[in-house]
Design a protein around this ligand. Structure first.
Ligand code: ZN
Ligand code: ZN
Length: 279
C-alpha cells in the first residue's frame, strides 16, 4: 500500500526553489499540473498545504481541493518564514539562507498558527482537516499535543528508512513516517547544485535517515521504486514524498510521470484512510 504525499507552499513565502519558477507560474499551478498526471493514473494523494496558500491563492488551490482523489493536510499557516536578521546573517557568512526558521516558536505561537491553518482550510474546503506535516518537519515537544487537541489524528514528520508500518505515538496521533528517500534534500535540482549540496553537507543540513547524499532525479526515482518494492513485499505502508515543485524544477515531471505509472500497479491510500486501518 502506498501513501503518496506532497507539500505545497504559498508564493509569498519566497522559498529558494520558487526563484526557479517562471514568472506567472506558481507552486499551486505546478501542483495542478502534477495532479493531472496523478489523476491520469487514478492515484490518491495527500497534499500538505500552507494556510497562507488558502488566503492568497485560493482561486488556483480550489482546483486541487475539488478533486476526489485529494486529501488536504495542514502544513503550518505561515510556513515558518525566516526573519530578515537571519537572512542577512546567512548572506554575510556566504551561505544560501534555509527556506524556513529552525523552530516553530513558543507554545502560544504554535497554537495560534495551527488553529489558524485548520480553521481556514476547513472553512474553504468544508472538509475536516485531520492530517498534518510540519513545513521542514519542524516540531518540538509541544507541537504534537497541540495538534491532538486541535483534532489532528495523522502525522507524517518522521523520516525513517526502517519503519514500514504506521505507529501510534504518545500524544495519541498516528505517525506514518516518510520511508522512501525524500525528494527535496536528496535531489540535485533548482538551487541545489553541486556547490550548494557541498556546503549543506558541511553545515549538516538535510541529513536524515537516508544519509546526506544527493542524486540526479533519475537515480532518485529508481531508488524510490526499489524501496517501494521492498516495503510492498513485507506488506507495509510506503509513504512517498514528491513535492510538485521539486518534480517540476528537476526535469519537468519526466521522472515523476515514470514513478507515478510504476506506483499505479499498487493500491494508494490517503493519510486519513490509514487511521481506519489501525486497530
Ligand atoms: Zn514545506
Ligand atoms: Zn525541491
Amino acid at each position: 500500500m502506498i501513501c503518496l504525499t506532497g507539500d505545497i507552499h504559498h508564493t509569498s513565502l519566497e522559498t529558494n526553489e520558487q526563484r526557479f519558477v517562471e514568472s506567472g507560474d506558481s507552486e499551486v499551478k505546478i501542483a495542478c499540473r502534477f495532479l493531472k498526471i496523478i489523476e491520469k493514473y487514478g492515484l490518491k494523494v495527500t497534499f500538505y498545504v500552507t494556510g497562507k496558500t488558502f488566503d492568497e491563492e485560493w482561486e488556483n488551490l480550489k482546483l486541487i481541493t475539488d478533486s476526489n482523489l485529494v486529501e488536504i493536510g495542514g502544513h503550518t499557516y505561515g510556513g515558518l518564514p525566516l526573519g530578515n536578521f537571519s537572512k542577512i546573517l546567512h548572506k554575510i557568512i556566504g551561505r544560501c539562507p534555509p527556506s524556513h526558521s529552525p523552530t516553530y516558536g513558543s507554545y502560544f505561537q504554535q497554537k495560534r498558527d495551527i488553529k489558524r491553518m485548520i480553521e481556514l482550510a476547513e472553512k474553504k474546503t468544508a472538509w475536516k482537516i485531520i492530517s498534518w506535516r510540519s513545513h521542514g518537519y519542524i516540531h518540538d515537544e509541544n507541537t504534537y499535543s497541540i495538534l491532538a487537541q486541535m483534532g489532528i489524528k495523522m502525522i507524517s514528520d518522521e523520516i525513517s528508512s526502517k519503519k514500514i508500518f504506521p505507529e501510534k505515538i504518545k500524544e495519541g496521533l498516528i505517525s506514518h513516517p516518510i520511508n522512501t528517500i525524500p525528494d527535496h534534500d536528496h535531489l540535485y535540482h533548482a538551487h541545489r547544485d553541486g556547490e550548494f549540496v557541498r556546503k549543506a553537507k558541511i553545515a549538516g543540513y538535510g541529513r536524515d535517515d537516508f544519509g546526506s547524499d544527493s542524486h540526479s532525479i533519475e537515480i532518485w526515482g529508481e531508488m524510490v521504486q526499489k524501496q517501494v518494492v521492498e516495503i510492498e513485499e513485507k506488506e507495509g505502508l510506503a509513504t512517498i514524498l514528491m513535492h510538485p515543485i521539486c518534480m517540476y524544477t528537476a526535469d519537468k515531471f519526466k521522472t515523476a510521470e515514470r514513478l507515478l505509472e510504476f506506483i499505479s500497479q499498487y493500491k494508494t491510500i490517503l493519510a486519513k484512510e490509514i487511521m481506519w486501518r489501525i486497530k
